[in-house]
Design a protein around this ligand. Structure first.
Ligand code: AVJ
Length: 311
């Protein structure tokens, strides 16, 4: 795990066009800063998906149409705040189901389980720590129908080939009849998207620069945070939001554990994240090339976001 981080940092910072993977944002500090992002008024994604799950949980579950009991398997459960609305609906309706959150972090799973049980003491939680696919493969053995959740527009972090790889792997690990509810951020007025990723309060900047602090701590590097800035750009044609760390001067950074000194040019960029937005047509295409069909789309009232039900 640590080894991969070191290797990936080395590879990304040695490249002609430097890059770091956004999956490394989420150490303990990064996860906390992401919570702050989700509370920013500019970051509409959370509010939109929360609205969908608050107002349409009944329609979603009716459309899924499973016999009871069934499983709700959440991939990359995170803090489970949006999912709470869906789970609450099911518990209140006395529906028989098991909630199976999957995350690679034991700590994230423990916190989530405690928080949920506090508010929904009757909830049946069968948390799994580990790799998505190992856990999904295990679940294939049991013939309880399963609804997979992949919420929060996490799919937006994957470039096209990777998104297709991930979704076809989901597909291969699902039993006949299983369904997938996937949260996807939609193309919209570019100013709204731009502001969600380049906020005036600098929280997203702090989120990105935290990755340099993580490298300082875990790989014994000497990044001077004040000598770096942040930039994010939305291209409304492609739907790509690309985020970057910007070097504010010519500088050298030593990374002790990598035995390397890395040169940064004035204005040189490190690409850190893709947050892709889809149109509904592109979403249909994404489903179909990976062997799914869209059963129904559930949108928020502003049509900013969709929870799309795939079979
Ligand atoms: C959690 C991946 C959906 O890309 O919108 C928020 C992460 N990055 N602000 C996103 C994020 C900058 C977020 N996802």
């Amino acid at each position: 795990m640590d080894e991969t981080f070191a290797q990936d940092v080395l590879e990304g910072l040695s490249a002609k066009h430097k890059y770091l993977s956004s999956k490394y944002f989420y150490d303990d500090n990064g996860s906390r800063i992401f919570q702050e992002i989700m509370h920013m008024p500019e970051y509409y994604l959370t509010d939109s998906e929360f609205e969908i799950l608050s107002l349409q949980s009944k329609q979603i579950i009716d459309t899924v149409g499973f016999a009871q009991p069934f499983n709700i398997i959440e991939l990359g459960a995170g803090d489970g705040f949006k999912t709470f609305k869906l789970l609450e609906h099911l518990v209140n309706e006395n529906v028989a189901f098991h909630y199976v959150p999957i995350d690679i972090s034991q700590e994230a799973i423990d916190t989530l389980s405690d928080k949920l049980l506090e508010r929904l003491p009757n909830l049946s939680i069968q948390a799994k720590v580990g790799d998505y696919f190992e856990v999904l493969n295990d679940l294939k053995q049991d013939n309880t129908p399963s609804l997979l959740l992949f919420l929060g527009s996490n799919i937006g972090n994957y470039i096209e080939v990777e998104a297709n790889k991930l979704l076809s792997l989901f597909n291969q690990n699902m039993k006949k009849g299983d369904k997938l509810l996937i949260g996807v951020d939609l193309k919209k007025n570019p100013l709204i998207v731009q502001k969600a990723y380049l906020d005036d309060g600098g929280i997203t900047k702090k989120f990105n620069l935290n990755l340099l602090l993580r490298i300082n701590r875990e790989l014994e590097a000497d990044f001077k945070i004040d000598d770096f800035d942040f930039y994010s750009f939305y291209d409304p044609d492609t739907g790509d939001v690309k985020s970057y760390i910007v070097s504010l001067r010519n500088q050298k950074v030593n990374i002790k554990k990598l035995n390397r000194t890395i040169d940064f040019r004035y204005d040189e960029l490190i690409w850190t994240e893709l947050s892709k937005k889809y149109s509904l047509e592109e979403l249909k295409e994404l489903a179909e090339v990976n062997g799914f069909t869209i059963q129904q789309n559930f949108l928020d009232c502003k049509h900013y976001f969709v929870d799309s039900l795939w079979e």
